[in-house]
Design a protein around this ligand. Structure first.
Ligand SMILES: Nc1ncnc2c1ncn2[C@@H]1O[C@H](COP(=O)(O)OP(=O)(O)O)[C@@H](O)[C@H]1O
Ligand SMILES: [Mg+2]
Length: 300
């Protein structure tokens, strides 16, 4: 099977600054691929290049077999794109917004009402088609924006932080829709800061300072990245203890997670020793994707 998306050494500079640095990856059809990384890592820039709306400085890439530089028009017709600042028309109704995007994608009038119905069902907006957008909550708007991005039934859809600023319940139902799409064969690229969403992706691309630093399943990332034994410590003024804990010979890493310390030990044998040194009870934990990301970023 040909990959839905493939890049080779894809690079984008802004002046002297390298926003995306020689990223090579291949994404299979029907994957939900999560792009993860801190603000400014280059996720949106990478997505814009893949959508054919921003030219790479060097390197190459294809989306659905089309060249992102030479065939960007063909790509734009075949993908869906929902940006962080997605645009809906506030003074139009739900149906009118969908109808508008149906027009943008040149969907014939007779087909369009069928598609609108489909999108209303997918977004869970049936019965609300005549409501004005300005009266909708952020979760509803996001689902409507997704419906607008999908009205042309794109084979690949790019969702750039689609769930920032919505409630956890809305986020979960949004991700249910994404997974349903992928089950039907759509390739989904989604950027997120939420680890519960990352867990639901087939593969994750960790991006840091323009570099792709890891690309694998959530499960493999956890097992291959964290080498050692991870424990959690609850101690007051945790932040001030990091360097002393990290200087212990049997400690590989020590990071702050909210009010807690996560300590990576060389082996299980040192749990007691760490407990005596810190005066707190180390609790064994399984690594989260957040642990993985911190470790990957540090190792670079
Ligand atoms: N049009 C632009 N001109 C100059 N710098 C830009 C432009 N777009 C993005 N950048 C810079 O590139 C870096 C990556 O940005 P972006 O791709 O938006 O990161 P992310 O989406 O991961 O937060 C940032 O430092 C940003 O300031
Ligand atoms: Mg971004």
């Amino acid at each position: 099977m040909n990959p839905a998306i493939e890049t080779k050494e894809l690079t984008r500079m802004f002046g002297d600054f390298v926003a995306v640095n020689r990223v090579s990856l291949a994404i299979e059809p029907g994957e939900v691929c999560g792009f993860l990384g801190p603000n400014g890592a280059g996720k949106s820039t990478l997505i814009r290049m893949l959508c054919g709306i921003l030219e790479p400085s060097s390197g190459s890439g294809t989306v659905l077999g089309y060249d992102i530089i030479k065939q960007s028009d063909q790509i734009k017709q075949r993908i869906g794109y929902m940006s962080q600042k997605f645009s809906l028309y506030e003074d139009l109704t739900v149906r009118e917004n969908l109808d508008f995007y149906g027009g943008v994608y040149d969907i014939p009038y007779r087909e369009r009402s069928k598609r609108i119905k489909e999108m209303l069902a997918l977004a869970g907006l049936e019965g609300s088609e005549n409501r004005l957008v300005q009266g909708l909550s952020s979760g509803w708007r996001q689902r409507l924006a997704l419906g607008c991005a999908l009205i042309s039934r794109p084979a690949v859809v790019f969702l750039d932080e689609p769930t920032s600023g919505v409630s956890p319940t809305s986020r979960r139902s949004f991700f249910d829709i994404i997974q349903q799409l992928a089950n039907e064969g759509t390739t989904v690229i989604v950027t997120t800061h939420f680890m519960d969403e990352a867990e639901r992706c087939t593969r994750l691309a960790f991006i840091s300072q323009g570099h792709l630093i890891a690309f694998d399943t959530p499960r493999n990332l956890k097992y291959s990245t964290i080498q050692g034994h991870l424990v959690e410590l609850e101690i007051p003024e945790a932040i001030e203890r990091i360097s002393s804990v990290e200087s212990l010979p049997y400690v590989k890493e020590c990071n702050l997670h909210g009010p807690l310390l996560h300590v990576l030990l060389q082996s299980k044998d040192y749990i007691g020793e760490l407990g005596r040194f810190t005066g707190a009870e180390p609790r064994e934990i399984t690594p989260s994707l957040e642990d993985v990301f911190i470790t990957l970023a540090k190792n670079r």
